[in-house]
Write a protein that binds this ligand. Sequence first.
Ligand SMILES: [Zn+2]
Length: 206
Amino acid sequence: MDFSSKLLENAVYEMSQLPGIGKRTALRLVLHLLKQPDQRTEGLATSLLDLKEKIQFCSNCHNISDTVLCEICANTKRDSSLVCVVEDIRDVMAIENTGQFRGTYHVLGGKISPMEGVGPQDLTINSLVTKVKKGEIKELIFALSSTMEGDTTNFYIYKQISGLGVSTSTIARGIAVGDELEYADEVTLGRSILNRVPFEGSLKSN
Ligand SMILES: [Zn+2]
């Protein structure tokens, strides 16, 4: 692409670094922003800078939060001994939307994926194991998507914590293999949490 303006070229380049945004879409978005009133574009830029500068991760569950302890962990009505292990905030949002879960979460920040160079040390697994060792958790519910990476991650964690006196379960799948939690409908997802099955049993049936 030949640009008549370096400023335009820079903006298009930055926009095209976002996932799923090619150069053409980036150009369309940038031209759109250019036509907007100043405050609209400023609002967008400021909200992104604020997000990067001020966002925190909950010190207990590692979910994205505006405070040191997220609202879910800070809520004394939630059962902190029942912990649902998820990949990221989208899974927390999906499960919260079901209104069926009164426990808390542990957000791993991804899944073990040798292909993408993500190892256990890149995730919050150590902090989860530490919580289990402290005896703070009675049951762990694995709720990662049933992809190879999800299964590998579940099994890795299971190995780390077996023998530590915590029971493990996995969400019952009305959800097809490979479906991401984010896309599961609320009724199915809610039911799959209530009807969770022991993790060990789920291994034998595979
Ligand atoms: Zn939290």
